[in-house]
Write a protein that binds this ligand. Structure first.
Ligand code: ZN
Length: 178
């Protein structure tokens, strides 16, 4: 029903719920269909335009549904390096400098698990210094226990490349309620 130039069909659009909560990523073609059907409104669009039906539209980067949809949340956010860096703001939890690695709080060699509550972002120096020792042995403390992130926006992490233009809508974790 909606002829879209080939160059636009691969583009992706962030779909927000009516409440501005990020829902998922859809093809820009799908987003245009939603906008033309008045099921969504464009929140942020690209400078390029796309010819759809009889109208010319800017390519949607972010669209918002006009009606709220209820979405069940996944049981657990997948643990990935990128997601850990995002949760810990790419900052070493031990010293506050820029994180470059992932550290297991309880070392894996001592039975530490590869789970959200045992994985933190760390700088190379702290990771190297800590090695296979426990925090108690080093006299180090965590500012707060590592938590499993929750919230709809987290679903988008690890799944695909995040368009930098979506970032303000994915403001995590504080602005996203679970
Ligand atoms: Zn550090």
């Amino acid at each position: 029903m909606t002829p879209v130039p080939a160059r636009s069909t691969a583009a992706a659009t962030l779909l927000l719920n009516a409440t501005y909560e990020p829902l998922c990523v859809v093809s820009s073609r799908r987003a245009i269909v939603l906008v033309l059907a008045d099921k969504a409104v464009s929140v942020h669009s690209a400078p390029e335009e796309v010819h759809a039906e009889t109208v010319v539209l800017p390519v949607p980067v972010v669209v918002r549904l006009t009606r709220y949809v209820r979405v069940p949340y996944p049981a657990q956010v997948p643990l990935s390096r990128r997601a850990v860096f995002h949760r810990d703001a790419s900052t070493c939890v031990y010293c506050g400098s820029s994180a470059t690695s992932i550290d297991h709080v309880v070392p894996r060699s001592r039975g530490g698990t590869h789970t959200w509550d045992n994985v933190v972002a760390a700088c190379r120096r702290c990771n190297h210094t800590k090695a296979d020792r426990s925090l108690a042995e080093l006299g180090w403390k965590l500012p707060h226990p590592p938590r499993t992130p929750s919230g709809a926006a987290w679903r988008l992490l690890g799944a695909r490349t995040v368009d930098p233009r979506w970032r303000e809508w994915l403001g995590m974790p504080e602005s996203v309620s679970a």
